[in-house]
Design a protein around this ligand. Structure first.
Ligand SMILES: [Zn+2]
Length: 248
């Protein structure tokens, strides 16, 4: 199991720093979230044809908008002959299709094989097992766990405290966890994202072996997020820097 960070910027991309997007697995990885900038990062690695499925954790633009140029690439670029399975919560397929005016019979529905997922669902893709959990967010959103039979990786997507993240990450070899904010929960306030200390606490309670903090707001220093998460976790913590590769 290998994790590749295509991008990890929280909420918006910056030059050289795409928004959320990751590859998880081996020769036929799943692509977790397609935030702005992640399509060109995936193309630079030559992996688009090999992806077994695309997971869009929710409809927010920093997690799914590159699915639109990805449609154009798959439709006109000759990189892939078979439909790409896209696993997403209810409403995502309809919103993306509406954005480009893709009614019934449009190539959008042939290029992508959309499947709605909800917390508790299990799906197989490219020899990997994907298990979805509940995220706490203002739109339908999921956490996801990727198992290859030997190793496991859990990804929070965007979530506030109190969802199914700990269950998703139970005993995982790696927790890739959003840490949008820093400092204390009472000062941060926003209920639909985590502060770094909460990411660390989730990793500790879940018994995850390793933690990568991600989706750090671009205005914050990721080194501070790593320190705050580590203080709660007690295990190895890194920032999910763009381009980072981790072998599990
Ligand atoms: Zn979001």
């Amino acid at each position: 199991m290998r994790l590749v960070v295509l991008g990890s910027n929280g909420t918006y991309p910056e030059p050289g720093r795409p928004a959320s997007g990751y590859l998880a697995g081996g020769d036929r990885p799943v692509w977790l979230d397609a935030g702005p900038g992640t399509l060109t990062a995936a193309m630079a690695r030559g992996v688009v044809a090999d992806v077994s499925a695309l997971v869009l954790t929710h409809v927010h633009g920093d997690h799914c908008l590159d699915a639109l140029p990805l449609f154009n690439l798959l439709r006109y670029g000759g990189v892939r002959a078979t439909p790409l399975p896209v696993l997403a919560p209810r409403g995502v397929a309809e919103r993306l299709a509406a954005f480009i005016g893709a009614g019934p019979g449009h190539d959008f529905h042939r290029v992508f094989d959309f499947r709605t997922v909800a917390p508790g669902d299990e799906v197989s893709a490219g020899g990997l097992r994907l298990t979805f959990g509940a995220a706490v967010h203002p739109v339908p959103a999921v956490t996801v766990r990727v198992d290859d039979g030997e190793r496991s990786l859990a990804y929070s997507g965007d979530t506030g405290p109190g969802g199914g993240l700990v269950e998703t990450a139970a005993g995982a070899d790696l927790l890739l966890c959003e840490a949008t904010g820093q400092g204390r929960r009472e000062e941060y306030g926003y209920p639909h994202h985590l502060v770094a200390a909460e990411a660390g606490a989730a990793a500790r309670v879940a018994g995850a072996r390793r933690l990568l903090v991600t989706h750090v707001a671009p205005t914050l220093d990721p080194a501070v997020s790593v320190r705050e998460a580590a203080a709660e976790y007690g295990g190895p913590v890194e920032w999910a820097a763009p381009g980072l590769e981790v072998q599990l």
